[in-house]
Design a protein around this ligand. Sequence first.
Ligand SMILES: [Zn+2]
Length: 79
Amino acid sequence: MVILILLSGILIDLDHLLANPIFDSQRCSIDYHPLHSYWAIAIYITLLLFKKTRLLSIAFIIHIVADLADCWLLALQSK
Ligand SMILES: [Zn+2]
C-alpha cells in the first residue's frame, strides 16, 4: 500500500514530462500542468472523502503542496 502511494506521487509528476521544456526551475507547476490544475486539485480533495481513495488522494495533495511551496519560494525570489 505504501508503494502504491509513492508510485502515485511519481505518477502525477509524469505530466511534467509533457511540458516544454521538461524542467524549468523558474516555472510554477500549479495550474500549468493538467494534473496540477485547479480542477485536478478539486478532484484530489474529492477523493479524500472516500475511504478507498483516501491514501491516493493524500499522496496527490502532498505533491501539490510541495509544488505550491516551490511556487511561493519562486515568488519571493523574483521580488
Ligand atoms: Zn508536480
